[in-house]
Write a protein that binds this ligand. Structure first.
Ligand code: FAD
Length: 296
C-alpha cells in the first residue's frame, strides 16, 4: 500500500475543510472495511485519509417513535441491531446490517460507508430506499439533503461533491401497520456479494388486509441500486395476497436489465429479482401485521 497522511477530524467543518483542500487525493474513512481494501489493492489512491469517527454528529444514533431515526454516517452496523427499539421499528435495516460481512466487519462497517461506497450490490442501500431515507450532506457550500434513491449515480459514484461528506441518515418515523424486509441471494450462507438483493416496505390498511402504500428497491440488477417506483405505486389499493406479490414479482423481472458476470447471468438475475420481490413483499406484509419474522 502507498503511504498516505492520516488525520482525524473533530468536527464536520474540520473534516470538510481538510477534504476540500485536497480534493480527489483525499478520502474519508469510517470503518475502513471498503477503503483500506481498495487502497491496499491499488483500486483507489489517496494522499490523505481523514477519519471522521471522532465527530459526535456522525457517531450518534438518535431514535424516538415520533421523530424516527437519525443515524450518524459513521455508526457501525452492530449498534443498529443491538438497539431493541431501532430493531423493532426498522427490521429491513437490521436485515441489511446483519449480513454485511461477519460480526467482525459489522463492528466497524457503517451504513453510511456502505452508501458512500456506492456499490450496485451494497446490502443496505435498497433498505434505505425502501424506508425513503433522507441523506444529510455537509460540504464547503454548506448543508443540503438528497433522498437515498437519488444518491448513487454510477458504480462507485454518487452525488457527493469535492469536500462533501454524508453526515446523517434520517429515517421517517415508523408508520402504523407498516413493515419492511431485505433479502439477498448469495451462492453460500455468508460473506459474499449479492447476486441480487431486494427490499420492500409496505403500509397496510387498519385491518391489515390491503396495501395502502409500498416502496421496492433492488440491488445488483443495474449500475446503481434500483428503486421500482412504478411497480410499487401499482401495489396501492391491492389486497395483500400471494397473487398480488406474484404480479409485482413478474413486473420486476420484466423491468430490470441486469448484466451477466461471474456471479450470475442476466436471465438468472431477472428470475431472482422476481423471486426476491415476492418473498420480501410477503415478509414485509407479515411484519406489518405484527408477526415476527427473522431473516438471518
Ligand atoms: C470481508 C468483507 C465482507 C464484506 N461483506 C459485505 C456484504 O456482505 N455486503 C455489503 O454490502 N458490503 C460488504 N462489505 C463491504 C463493506 O464492509 C461495506 O460496504 C461497509 O458498509 C462500508 O462501511 P465502512 O464504514 O467500512 O466504509 P469505509 O470503508 O470507511 O468507506 C467506504 C467508502 O465511502 C467513503 N465514505 C465513508 N463514509 C463517508 C462519509 N460519511 N462521507 C463521505 N464519504 C464517505 C470512503 O471514503 C470510501 O470511499 C464487505 C467488506 C469486507 C472486507
Amino acid at each position: 500500500m502507498k503511504d498516505f497522511e492520516f488525520l482525524s477530524a473533530a468536527t464536520v467543518d474540520e473534516a470538510v475543510s481538510l477534504l476540500a483542500a485536497r480534493g480527489e487525493r483525499a478520502r474519508v474513512l469510517t470503518g475502513g472495511t471498503d477503503l483500506i481494501v481498495q487502497l491496499r489493492e491499488g483500486l483507489r489512491e489517496a494522499d490523505l485519509v481523514v477519519d471522521i469517527k471522532k465527530i459526535p454528529e456522525l457517531t450518534s444514533l438518535e431514535y424516538s417513535p415520533a421523530a424516527g431515526l437519525k443515524l450518524g454516517a459513521a455508526v457501525p452496523c452492530y449498534r443498529i441491531y443491538e438497539n431493541a427499539e431501532v430493531a423493532a421499528a426498522y427490521p429491513a435495516l437490521v436485515d441489511s446490517a446483519k449480513i454485511i460481512g461477519g460480526w467482525q466487519i459489522q463492528s466497524r462497517a457503517s451504513v453510511g460507508g456502505n452508501l458512500c461506497n456506492s456499490s450496485p450490490a451494497a446490502d443496505s442501500i435498497p433498505s434505505l430506499i425502501a424506508y425513503d431515507v433522507t441523506c444529510h450532506l455537509a460540504g464547503p457550500q454548506g448543508r443540503r439533503t438528497v433522498k437515498a434513491a437519488e444518491f448513487c449515480t454510477a458504480p462507485g459514484k454518487n452525488v457527493l461533491g469535492r469536500g462533501e461528506i454524508l453526515s446523517t441518515l434520517e429515517f421517517p418515523p415508523h408508520a402504523n401497520h407498516s413493515g419492511a424486509c431485505y433479502l439477498r441471494f448469495i451462492p453460500r450462507n455468508e460473506m459474499d456479494i449479492a447476486v441480487v438483493g431486494a427490499a420492500a416496505w409496505v403500509q397496510l390498511d387498519a385491518k391489515g388486509q390491503k396495501i395502502e402504500k409500498a416502496r421496492l428497491a433492488l440491488a445488483a440488477v443495474a449500475p446503481t441500486p434500483l428503486p421500482l417506483t412504478a411497480i410499487a405505486a401499482d401495489l396501492a389499493g391491492k389486497p395483500a395476497t400471494a397473487e398480488t406479490f406474484a404480479a409485482a414479482a413478474a413486473a420486476a423481472s420484466q423491468a430490470v436489465k441486469p448484466i451477466s458476470d461471474k456471479r450470475g447471468t442476466a436471465d438468472y438475475r431477472r428470475h431472482l429479482a422476481g423471486v426476491l420481490v415476492k418473498r420480501t413483499l410477503a415478509i414485509a406484509v407479515e411484519r406489518a401485521q405484527g408477526k415476527t419474522v427473522v431473516t438471518h
